[in-house]
Design a binder for this molecule. Structure first.
Ligand code: GLN
Length: 482
């Protein structure tokens, strides 16, 4: 159910917000056991938020922009008084003592909090299989993964268990699951949305963003969450435009760059390639100018990312030592033993792997060879984009090399799993906004996503192009059925 539909129900008085919220909870009760998208629900909070909006309606008062719209939050984003677990044994019992800025802005815009969604442990993964709460299923085929790490958020939107969900994207974790689940996912410019209250994975790459049914819904949620924040010094102090304003502008003569290197990559599934290229034709027919662009370093993104992200993770996750908060193993009075046992039992295999890779890449004697070199390549990737944006307005690639894979396919093969991020990590490394929008289905009926990348703070351009495409293509006609 998109915002337009729900808003109409609310404004016409067809249903109270409380009724709408209760309907969502009934649906969650029925369907969540089949897909495991939610880790927990927040019924009391939702009901009190709903009552407030219903009172405003009764008193004929002005409604805030997201009034009554039910939203789910990825469980690595702090929500005060609720467990915020990162799907990890380490934080399984951690109750957040404060609210993240992004979610706080949603609630003050009238949004309703339905609950917290499943993710790969500490947002490290591409399949939501590393969660301590078990894997989430893809609503289009429950034998398949929903993507990751924001798999619970994408699956909950695809299955109609919320109107919108919030994810975080360090290397593709909003866009890749959005692509696998046939919904829209937007990673904003680095710094557009505050990271205050987002549990850090790799701080120079992490961004919060929306996962929604439509591009226009993503524009609204982005608007609500954006803006400066004194609690996050990396959050940009720049005006927030109303992203709905430009949404329906004609894209005639919009210059769209096709990144050659992505389409030539041997790992790109032919069905995905064909579907995205027919998307390119659609853009051409809509009047856009299609221009081939070279980004020679684009495919080096993955190697660069898998040095930088684990390096930052190893530093960020050092705080989980069994002392301050989180899981503590009982190891008598020996501090070192207690700390190492707490970390060994608190973190799962993939998180430990990342910490080890990062610690190694940052260690004396190796940091020049790995970490510093990766930072240099990162700069080259950014320069490729800078050059590209001198010639074109936005860039187009597939979102992922494949459609949703079967559960277990890559669980014991991390390097193949990492390849899933090939097309999404460059935007994080360069700090650029990027959106995934459904563009078709493969022969198994699995959704395919098309990615549009914009220049810094040019979310309005990619939203505009994605919206015109979405309306013209009408890819998602029906929700998956259960
Ligand atoms: N799949 C990538 C990883 O495992 C991206 C994760 C993310 O964006 N949070 O690192």
């Amino acid at each position: 159910m998109n915002f337009k539909f729900l808003r109409n129900e609310i404004i016409t008085g067809n249903a109270s917000v409380k009724e709408i919220v209760n309907d969502f909870f009934s649906k969650i009760e029925e369907i969540n056991p089949k897909i495991n998208a939610y880790i927990c629900t927040t019924r009391d909070l939702a009901e009190s938020q709903a009552n407030k909006i219903d009172k405003l309606i009764q008193n004929d008062e002005r409604l805030p922009p997201l009034a009554g719209l039910p939203i789910a939050i990825k469980d690595n984003i702090c929500t005060k008084g609720t467990v915020t677990s990162c799907s990890s044994n380490m934080l399984k019992n951690f109750v957040a003592p404060y609210e993240s800025t992004a979610s706080n802005k949603l609630w003050s815009s009238g949004g309703i909090c339905l609950g917290k969604t499943n993710l790969d442990e500490f947002a490290m993964g591409s399949s939501t299989e590393t969660s301590v709460f078990g894997v989430t299923s893809n609503p289009w085929d429950i034998n398949r993964v929903p993507g990751g790490s924001s798999g619970g958020s994408a699956a909950s939107v695809a299955a109609g268990l919320c109107a919108a969900a919030i994810g975080s994207d360090t290397g593709g974790s909003i866009r890749q699951p959005a692509s696998f689940c046939g919904v829209v996912g937007l990673k904003p410019t680095y710094g557009r949305i505050s990271r205050w209250g987002l549990i850090a994975f790799a701080s120079s790459l992490d961004q919060i963003g929306p996962i929604t049914n439509t591009v226009s819904d993503a524009a609204e949620v982005l608007y609500a969450m954006s803006g400066k924040d004194p609690y996050d010094s990396t959050c940009l102090n720049r005006p927030v435009p109303n992203y709905l304003d430009d949404l329906n502008k004609s894209i005639k003569d919009l210059k769209i760059g096709i990144i050659k290197e992505c389409f030539d990559h041997p790992g790109l599934n032919p069905e995905v390639k064909e579907s995205v290229l027919s998307g390119v034709d659609r853009f051409r027919n809509l009047g856009a100018q299609i221009i081939d662009i070279e980004c020679p370093r684009f495919n080096d993104g993955i190697a660069t990312y898998y040095v930088i992200a684990p390096s930052e993770a190893s530093a960020n996750l050092a705080r989980y030592d069994g002392v301050k908060y989180g899981y503590r193993s009982d190891s008598g009075s020996n501090f070192l033993k207690m700390t190492s046992k707490s970390r060994a039992n608190g973190f799962g295999d993939e998180v430990q792997r990342r910490i080890l890779i990062g610690t190694y890449a940052l260690s004396a004697g190796y940091s020049d060879e790995y970490y510093k070199k990766a930072q240099r390549v990162r700069t080259l990737i950014r320069r490729d984009f800078d050059n590209a944006f001198e010639k074109v307005d936005i860039l187009l690639t597939p979102t992922c090399p494949t459609t949703a894979f079967l559960k277990g396919d890559f669980l014991n093969d991390p390097l193949s799993m990492y390849l899933s991020d090939l097309l999404t990590v460059p935007a994080n490394l360069a700090g650029l906004p990027a959106i995934s929008v459904p563009c078709g289905f493969d022969k198994n009926g699995l959704p395919i996503g098309l990615q549009l990348i914009g220049n810094v703070l040019e979310e309005h351009r990619i939203l505009n192009a994605a919206n015109i495409f979405e309306i013209d293509a009408q890819v998602i006609k029906n929700k998956p059925s259960f």
